[in-house]
Design a protein around this ligand. Structure first.
Ligand code: ADP
Length: 598
């Protein structure tokens, strides 16, 4: 089964295997050391039963107690050696696991950050969160505990079986045949387990997705009385999750008891065959005793392996989901031939529909010239914000293209995209970290001088200088709190640092108090200087000041031209302008007040 629609890809078996090999290779020496130590420990462990067999033979031969004592001492020493070697092997194994887990985590973060915004938007945060938490944790458990134990037990199992063969090939072969039922049970189980655990993981993602979405949109849910519907959706997701979990539980309840019973088969079989062979003088009693002891010993690592194989299955599914990110559509990275040729933004035949609801954009064509200031106006719900998201590469059009310099915007990797197009809204996030961390997001290579210059450009150098540790002051939860205008200044300083040639301004929530607004205007002016600006104008004076105005109505660009041309043409824009001008020109309305009206 693959992930549901909209979810991120899941790695197939081959990709998972290659990723596993790559991780082992990355820390190959530690892995080899763990393997060697385990082999030594297992070899030491094998001496015990063999020495017991020798004792039996010595006693039967009627030799003195001296030889028996020496053999017994040998057993003690071997057990001690095994203990120490096994502990050392585990230590090395766990260290390998921890380092590899760190690698998996780092890769995950890097891959998530490299995802184009449009992919993240489509996938939803639930899936990414589930993969980054539950799945990475499951992989972590495997690497930290399951992996090293599996290694210990596999090596032991191979050695034990090998020892029985060495004692007597016939007994060894027979013991192996007696293990066949376990193999059948294992095959039955494995054939179902991967898909079952993948389904379980996908169901978990869906629950996380729905809960996260409901929590994030709690106000909307309340306002539109969607409670019932959200509750029903949650209930369905939970029911699905429960169903998938019950199925994997059933697989386990069939598999483990079956295996438990079959453990005794090889021991009994070898004892019977050994007795028969001994009666014919084909083997010594010592060899039979040792073989039976080995096979009894064999059940222990086998049991551990089977328990771990089951964990390996579920964490293998998790790993497939974590590794699946590697197959997510990647951004066009720099260097390649596909970099944008110039700064021209082209919108061609763009149609777009949200997952629920009809078409919001119904064939938009628009060319924005480098350096131009274009205002997009129109009634609420016309699709202006949607267009701005497509222009900024946050989402990709259903059909048609949005390109910058000939390259689809949504396919640009983040580090390339922010050189081209940046969306500036009134929604700003201050990241947990220092002022410097908050700024370096936009330009990791920037030096302090550049950071200060960017802060000065948006009028923020003053308050940052007053902070106790300047650029190194921690912000956000647990650190120094920032107010709305500071958050906005930081966001704008990031834009200055990223230095994109095109800015998209969405003034949708420009409900700022006058002081903040004045600050913002000044900061914005610095940011906008010399850039191509596409302003989603909810206030008509923005349109008046722009080079060209595009009017959007019902998902289409219906008028396009300069303010004067459109007023002269006497269409929708002219009507809009007359109404607005009539209202605002005489009352001396401020921008802030007018923002409430549109
Ligand atoms: P504008 O910015 O011009 O007001 P929008 O682009 O915000 O227009 O919205 C256009 C249409 O798309 C509206 O009918 C709105 O209800 C719908 N819409 C906006 N966002 C979503 C969404 N996330 N899911 C579904 N429909 C949406």
């Amino acid at each position: 089964m693959t992930a549901g629609e909209g979810l991120l890809p899941v790695a197939d078996r081959g990709a998972v295997r290659r990723a596993g090999v790559r991780l082992v290779r990355a820390d190959g020496r530690a892995f080899a050391a763990a393997l060697l130590l385990n082999a030594l420990a297992s070899a030491a462990g094998l001496a015990g039963p063999w020495l017991v067999g020798r004792i039996v033979d010595e006693v039967r031969a009627g030799h003195g107690t001296g030889a028996v004592d020496r053999l017994a001492l040998g057993i003690v020493l071997c057990a001690l050696a095994q203990l120490l070697l096994a502990r050392w092997a585990r230590y090395v194994g766990h260290r390998f696991g921890e380092r590899t887990l760190a690698r998996v985590r780092e890769e995950y973060v890097e891959r998530v950050l490299a995802l184009p915004a449009s992919v993240v938007e489509r996938a939803g945060t639930g899936d990414l969160t589930a993969r980054g938490t539950a799945d990475v944790a499951a992989v972590g458990t495997t690497l930290r505990d399951v992996g090293p134990e599996l290694l210990v037990n596999s090596v032991q199992a191979v050695f034990v079986l090998g020892a029985v063969f060495l004692l007597d090939p016939l007994l060894g072969a027979f013991g192996l045949v007696c293990l066949a039922p376990i193999q059948l049970a294992l095959r039955w189980y494995l054939r179902r387990a991967r898909d079952a655990y993948l389904a379980e993981g996908a169901a978990t993602s869906r629950v996380a997705e729905i809960v996260a979405a409901t929590a994030a949109g709690a106000r909307t849910v309340e306002a539109f009385r969607l409670r019932e519907r959200r509750t029903a959706a949650s209930r369905n997701a939970l029911a699905e999750s429960r169903r998938t979990r019950l199925y994997t539980l059933r697989l386990r309840t069939v598999f483990f008891p079956a295996v438990e019973v079959t453990y005794t088969v090889p021991v009994v079989g070898v004892l019977l065959l050994g007795g028969w062979l001994h009666a014919r003088g084909a083997v010594g009693v010592g060899a039979v005793v040792a073989a039976a002891l080995y096979l009894r010993q064999f059940t222990e690592p086998l049991d551990q392996i089977l328990i771990r194989v089951e964990q390996l299955q579920s964490s293998g599914a998790s790993f497939a989901r974590v590794e699946g990110l590697a197959q997510a559509p990647r951004g066009e990275s720099g260097g390649g031939s596909a970099g944008p040729a110039d700064d021209r933004i082209d919108v061609r035949g763009v149609r777009y529909a949200y997952e629920r609801g009809g078409e919001v954009l119904r064939g938009v064509d628009l060319t924005v010239r480098p350096g131009e200031r274009l205002a997009v106006v129109g009634p609420s719900g016309a699709g202006k914000t949607t267009l701005s998201r497509l222009l900024a590469g946050i989402d990709r059009p259903g059909s048609g293209t949005v390109t910058v310099g000939g390259v689809p915007v949504a396919e640009l990797a983040p580090e390339l995209l922010r050189r081209q197009v940046v969306l500036v809204t009134q929604e700003h996030h201050v990241f947990l970290g220092t002022v410097r961390d908050n700024l370096l997001i936009a330009e990791p290579a920037a030096g302090d001088a550049e950071l200060w210059a960017a802060l000065a450009a948006v009028d923020a150098d003053g308050w940052v200088r007053d902070l106790p540790d300047g650029l190194d002051t921690r912000l956000g939860a647990g650190g120094r709190p920032t107010d709305g205008s500071q958050a906005q200044q930081l966001a704008l300083a990031r834009v200055v640092l990223a230095d994109p040639h095109t800015l998209i301004l969405d003034e949708a929530t420009a409900l700022l108090d006058p002081t903040t607004a004045r600050h913002t205007e000044r900061a914005l002016a610095a940011v906008l200087h010399g850039r191509t600006v596409i302003a989603i104008a909810h206030r008509l004076h923005t349109a008046h000041d722009a080079d060209r105005v595009a009017v959007m109505e019902d998902g289409l660009v219906t008028e396009l031209g300069t303010h004067e041309e459109l007023v002269a043409a006497g269409g929708a824009y002219a009507a809009l302008w007359r109404t607005w001008h009539g209202e605002h020109g005489e009352t001396g309305d401020t921008d802030q007040q007018s923002a409430y009206r549109t």
